[in-house]
Design a protein around this ligand. Structure first.
Ligand code: PLP
Length: 242
């Protein structure tokens, strides 16, 4: 039987190979394990195998899992604190859950949401680490700001006291072939490179790009953080979800 630990090691090897192929050190690419729809026991298994960063899309589910993992005091000596990333859409009436429970939020595409997260971030926690979500390939209905909007939005977010802007995130649509996929990934990295040249934004260090199906291409383009769900935990079952 293939275990979560086996799959995790397989994904780590795939990241290292893709990085080597691109002439980048394997440590340049961070692995975010996307545990949405999977139980706390699956996160525990991955954490015991050494995984530290976990991503959740559905806020209530994520908050419950964060609490469940904290309550597993039997494994506390084995598992240093986990880092929790919100990678799902954030509505304005849900910002408090993100501000109070997560370490990162990847899907910021409006100043109003960023402002609320900054206002609601508890004083005893470090600043919330955030990425600006950019939409390089979709129409107006797709989440994410346009590349043209990115500079002004990034500079405004960077001024908020309780957020730390780390870079960009994107969820490109699948493309018909590898060359087209790579071209889209490169557009995301180009937005990041342009932001980093702006005053005050030279410390940006994160391109959150690539999932199970497109991680090799994303790493070739310059992704620094891949978000991998099914490649680690297996196929998702959404049937229990309203
Ligand atoms: C679900 C999800 C992932 C992981 O997708 P897989 O194809 O299972 O690797 C990555 N990023 C986001 C934003 C997601 O919603």
């Amino acid at each position: 039987m293939t275990t979560i630990a086996d799959q995790l090691h397989h994904v780590q090897a795939q990241i290292a190979a893709a990085a080597a192929q691109a002439g980048r050190p394997p440590a340049a690419v961070r692995l975010l394990a996307v545990s949405k729809t999977f139980p706390a026991a699956a996160v525990r298994e991955a954490a015991l195998a050494g995984q530290r960063d976990f991503g959740e899309n559905y806020l209530q589910e994520g908050v419950e899992k964060i609490a469940a993992l904290r309550a597993m005091t039997d494994i506390a000596p084995l598992i240093p604190p986990l880092t929790w990333h919100c990678i799902g859409p954030i509505q304005s009436n849900k910002t408090r859950l993100v501000a109070e429970h997560f370490d990162w939020a990847h899907t910021i595409d409006r100043l109003k949401i960023a402002q609320r997260l900054s206002d609601q971030r508890p004083a005893h926690l470090p600043p919330l680490q955030v990425c600006l979500q950019v939409n390089v390939d979709g129409g107006a209905t797709k989440a994410g700001c346009t590349p043209a909007e990115a500079a002004e939005l990034a500079q405004a977010i960077a001024r908020l006291p309780r957020l730390q802007l780390r870079g960009v995130m994107s969820i490109p649509d699948p493309q018909p072939d590898a060359a087209a996929m790579l071209a889209v990934h490169r557009q995301v990295v180009a937005v990041f490179d342009a932001l980093r040249r702006l005053p005050g934004l030279d410390g940006l260090d994160t391109v959150s790009l690539g999932m199970t199906a497109d991680m090799d291409s994303a790493i070739a383009a310059g992704s620094t953080l891949v978000r991998v769900g099914s490649g680690i935990f297996g196929a998702r079952d959404y049937s229990g979800r309203a």
